[in-house]
Design a protein around this ligand. Sequence first.
Ligand code: SAM
Ligand code: SF4
Length: 348
Amino acid sequence: MENGLRELVSCLSGAESVPEQVWRSLLSVGKDERDWLAAMARKVTEDNFGKGVYVRALIEISSCCRNNCLYCGLRAANKDAVRYRLSKEQILECCAKAASLGFNTFVLQGGEDVMQTDEWLADVVKAIKAEYPSKAVTLSVGERSDAGFAMLRSAGVDRYLLRHETACEKHYSLLHPSAMSAENRKHCLHVLKQLGFQTGSGMMIGLPGQGVDELVADLMYLDMLKPAMIGIGPFIPATGTPFAKEKPGDVDTALLLVSLSRLRFPKALIPATTALATLCEDGTERGILAGANVVMPNITPSAFARNYTIYDNKKYHDSESAEQLELLERKLNAIDRFIDYSRGDYMI
Ligand code: SAM
Ligand code: SF4
């Protein structure tokens, strides 16, 4: 098996684009081949980043959302979702706590909350940057206008996470209401890159309607976008959504996609996602061993985090953030890794 696989993997490095058939073959490999690919991906990660794993402090700033993505528990039509939004002061408190724990990146993530306007967010980011000029700020607050993105960039936002979710238009329209489009999502990602954000994209694995064709389209889109960050996690059903009774995504397939992304994008910042850790106890370690190099501990106060219910049984911690970090360090040490507290910018 190794020679054939080696040949396929060699197509991933260097070349301007990867033939569709190569992705198809790599997506259909069995367990032994997946393990081999994970080992290769791990080596590429170590060659580029050493044994350190970057940490980002995740702050879930709002559970309110105007959108109705069919997969997400925060969708506007979910009347059972408990809504909250953090104030500027509460966000700054979270940043102070994260800074005291040694984090050098704050990730502000939330629904598309109409009250958290571009102007409001820009003001919050300026306040964070005034207090912590050397730290990185990442936003993940959905689609905005071109002018909105420009305002946020001028306010000092360094990075922006906006998963494309699925690159295939037909599939996108199965997952979203007609007010949303794959075209606009891709437009946003293009604008983010143009504005100089370190731009993150990615997709869920195991979504209803997703097969090999859709995953090939995702990989080919990533190839075109060349994102700085790639978020890949299994789909997990959420109560109160049209997909509540669907099956969760397959963890091994999600890990395969992490490995393939690492092999194709050696320098990308790839998190071991919370969704992986939600579906299996050792999801973080397995993500790292498949080629991820980032973990995003949640430092949102648990009274809020428990209501950021994008999917069922989402992992959040009642324990103190310092304890969470100690536990993470122990988990990473057990797989010969350690926490790297530096900013961890994307380096081309
Ligand atoms: N509202 C922003 C957005 O959509 O980009 C940021 C918050 S949103 C909750 C962050 C990510 O959560 C989405 O990009 C999506 O991939 C993921 N997500 C939403 N529902 C999910 C589900 N049921 N299972 C797994 N991931 C999910
Ligand atoms: Fe809103 Fe993001 Fe959830 Fe879509 S995925 S409903 S935009 S929070």
